[in-house]
Design a protein around this ligand. Structure first.
Ligand code: NAP
Length: 457
């Protein structure tokens, strides 16, 4: 009876995870999707706690209390702008858990493991270990504890691939002879080292892809754990996590014009040439009142939010500006770049929080053809995602990355604090174009003043 109940909770959890993922595919249903996934996780935990093989609950309860407290603290205190590093941090622990389960299984059953179980366990430990250290390096880079720029050296790709080759050779050796403990622990150490070396050469604009890829690896490691310890919910949840992470990696690759094979082999992201074309001339500073008049009498205005809007928490006042302009008959659209900000969907989340209607959000492919007919494009703390060098300069490190082509608008106003560069550290020729003006200051303050000035215009 108990076994049936446990299997039922796992079945329920799996369905809730799938419905949760489906819900998260659209901003309108994302919150509901998140709640469904939370209930799924609760069902999976309840089912697991009823397992007869549990000998004592003390350590489990201690772990539950500690994990829940840390999770709640992280959830409440970590700001939205630090979400990518928080995600990398969580992946590190998820992957470490998978790895530890694998190590303890090997320690207990080692030489007696069949070929299939050894395969699943080896896969779990290999992926889990490299994801643990890889995620920790990604966390350190994004948190500024390590230089964010790619760390490269001569022969790096050959060295990394050779190391991976030796690690896989240990794995194959274990499949032939599961009792060879030396090979197991060598594979473990090499996988930890490989994780570090995999992420070290990656920096700047490629980091979102890495985070999504590590997410996928952590999921696959959990799925392998499920096979190793015969746990259905781990197999299903891990596969969902691994699959969705991989799909997200591919989508992010497309958004940043990286090739997926390059990403999969880890040999990417090193910036060899930094060349910026078209930065001659001067940046021109705009007068706030002039910008307000231009906006108030525009037929169409397009807002392009970026990381600076998130930093300034300017989404509410941006919505207020949008509404003020609409009251005056201006058509207002919000252009969303898939990697604007610091996490996938960052701008969608912030604008949804500020109650901007979804119907006003336009993705890259839909807004770009409309930009030439736009009277004013207002760039709010965005930089890389509107850098025309990606389109015009084949030598640029971000060449080929799809951008929001605001430079095609009749007029562009950029709201930023000063001459700070974007995440990629590159100069932006947009700011020097004749149709572009700069409105310096914190985005929230500038927008607040603009709302007042538009009322008076
Ligand atoms: P960005 O290129 O990072 O530029 C942000 C700009 O905001 C800066 O130039 C900065 O200039 C300005 N800024 C900062 N604080 C501000 C404030 N309080 N008020 C006004 N402006 C402010 O941003 P983005 O265009 O959104 O591009 C995102 C970048 O992050 C891409 O390179 C992407 O690849 C990368 N990335 C994305 C993700 C993701 O998943 N979305 C994850 C990791 C990395 P000032 O200093 O002059 O103000």
């Amino acid at each position: 009876m108990r076994t049936y109940f446990i299997e039922f909770t796992y079945f329920l959890a799996s369905i809730l995870f799938i419905l949760g993922l489906r819900g998260m595919s659209h901003p309108e249903s994302a919150r509901r999707g998140m709640h469904l996934a939370e209930f799924g996780m609760l069902a999976a935990i309840i089912g697991t706690l009823l397992n007869q093989e549990i000998v004592s609950y003390e350590w489990i309860i201690a772990g539950l209390l500690l994990g829940s407290t840390l999770g709640a603290i992280l959830g409440v205190w970590v700001p939205m702008t630090a979400m990518p590093q928080r995600t990398a941090f969580s992946h590190a622990f998820g992957a470490l858990a998978a790895s530890l389960v694998g190590i303890s299984e090997y320690y207990l059953h080692g030489a007696h493991l069949g070929e299939f179980k050894m395969g699943a366990l080896g896969f779990e430990v290999l992926l889990g270990s490299l994801t643990t250290t890889g995620s920790l390096v990604a966390f350190a880079k994004l948190q500024g504890l390590m230089p964010g720029a790619p760390t490269t050296y001569k022969g790096q790709n050959v060295f990394n691939l050779s190391l991976l080759g030796v690690t896989i050779a240990c794995f194959i050796g274990l499949l032939i002879n599961p009792g060879a403990a030396f090979l197991f622990y060598l594979m473990l150490v090499l996988a930890f080292i490989f994780g570090i070396l995999l992420v070290l050469p990656i920096g700047a604009a490629d980091m979102p892809v890495v985070i999504a890829l590590l997410n996928s690896y952590a999921g696959l490691a959990s799925a392998a754990t499920g096979f190793a310890i015969s746990n259905n919910v781990l197999i299903i949840a891990g596969t969902l996590d691994g699959g969705s992470g991989l799909i997200l990696s591919i989508v992010m690759c497309k958004a940043m014009n990286r090739s997926i094979t390059n990403v999969l082999f880890g040999a990417f992201g090193s910036v060899s040439e930094t060349s910026t074309a078209g930065v001659d001339g001067q940046m021109r500073e705009a007068e706030l009142d002039d910008v307000a008049v231009r906006l108030a009498y525009a037929r169409q205005a397009v807002f392009v939010p970026g990381y600076g809007m998130a930093i300034a928490q300017a989404q509410h006042v941006l919505r207020e500006l949008g509404e003020t302009l609409e009251e005056r008959g201006v058509t207002v659209k919000y252009a969303i770049h898939p990697v604007a900000g610091r996490m996938p969907g960052h701008m969608n989340v912030l604008l949804a929080e500020a109650n901007v209607p979804y119907s006003q959000l336009y993705e890259l492919d839909h807004i770009n053809p409309d930009l030439a007919a736009t009277d004013v494009a207002v760039v709010i703390g965005a930089n890389d995602v509107v850098n025309p060098d990606a389109r015009d300069n084949p030598k640029s490190p971000i060449a080929g990355m799809p951008i929001l082509e605001v430079d095609r608008a009749k007029a562009v106003v950029v709201l930023k604090r000063g001459k700070g560069k974007g995440f990629s550290g590159l100069e932006n020729p947009l700011f020097y174009k004749p149709n572009c003006e700069m409105l310096y200051g914190d985005a929230k303050e500038s927008l607040t003043h603009l709302v007042q000035a538009v009322h008076k215009a």
